[in-house]
Design a protein around this ligand. Structure first.
Ligand code: GUN
Length: 285
């Protein structure tokens, strides 16, 4: 058996097409979704991500503000900017690119973003609402993972989903979302014993452990859906996922490649969150 490639680029393009149509409709009602992105410092990866977010805004017809600040920026100045954006009516989403320089407390910054503008879904109130199943802005990468699984046509109810990785940004929220879809969820992490045996039981395997090519075919049940959230830069400059794609192809039922799997979905979900926030700000459903 050769696995189906889950094409994140194609799914992403299809969702962006729907968003674009909706933006045209909103603009006729005088509503223009607005996203503010803040970048502090010179991290090369972050610069690329922020550039891609700005480009997506332009392509979809959003109002976009990008604040590129020097790494000497004080926490006080950053909090003042967030306060200004919280009160700016034409901004519906605020994203502070992480990581931040060491002298700035990440938690203080995330906590300062207005809950209804927290399009990253990182604010503790949004995290709490996700936990109890209330309406919230969902974190972008986990939301993208669920969307990709849905697009394979798989009903997650009753399936065994195994998540490898327990980060606040991916592992924990993805587990909550899988549970919301009625999957039976097992979380594995760096201290898990017998990880291979557990992973091999998964009908749905989500890997976000941050180790290049960590999962090979010995971790995969025949026919499983494998979602690779990894983005590891190798010494030769190439990008590698957490899953050895070529190796699992012969065993899995469907696999996401890296690049071109989960990656393109993250920014698309950010755009979707900004659209949702804009609609809510104007009292629309
Ligand atoms: N840095 C890496 N991934 C992310 C993300 O999803 N959101 C933000 N704000 N920063 C990041």
């Amino acid at each position: 058996m050769t696995a189906v490639k889950i094409d994140g680029k194609a799914v992403s393009a299809s969702i962006r097409g729907q968003i674009q149509e909706e933006v045209v409709g909103l603009k006729k009602q005088g509503i223009e979704p607005g996203l503010a992105v803040i970048l502090v410092g010179e991290d090369p990866g972050s610069k690329v991500y922020v550039g891609s977010k700005e480009k997506a805004c332009i392509e979809l017809g959003y109002y976009s503000e990008v604040h590129r600040l020097p790494d000497t920026t004080t926490e006080e100045a950053l909090l003042a900017l967030i306060d200004q954006l919280n009160n700016q009516a034409n901004i519906h989403g605020i994203l502070v690119q992480l990581p931040l320089p060491k002298h700035i407390h990440e938690k203080s910054v995330i906590d300062a973003i207005a809950v209804e503008k927290d399009v990253d879904g990182f604010h503790p109130i949004n995290v709490g609402n996700l936990m109890i199943g209330d309406d919230s802005l969902l974190p972008c990468t986990p939301a993208g993972v669920i969307e990709l699984i849905k697009r394979t046509g798989t009903d997650m109810a009753g399936k065994h989903a195994v998540v490898i990785g327990r980060s606040n940004i991916v592992g924990k929220p993805v587990s909550m979302l899988l549970q919301r879809e009625n999957a039976t969820v097992t979380m594995c992490h760096s201290r898990t014993l017998n990880m291979r045996e557990i992973s091999k039981q998964a009908d749905i395997l989500v890997v976000a452990i941050g180790r290049a090519n960590f999962v090979d075919h010995t971790y995969v049940k025949p026919g499983a859906i494998v979602i690779d959230v990894g983005m590891n830069r190798l010494d030769n400059g190439k990008l590698a996922g957490d899953v050895d794609y070529e190796d699992v192809l012969e065993v899995a039922g469907a696999v996401t490649p890296v690049p071109g799997g989960v990656g393109p979905m993250t920014i698309t979900m950010l755009m979707q969150n900004t659209l949702i926030a804009a609609r809510r700000a104007h009292g629309l459903k």
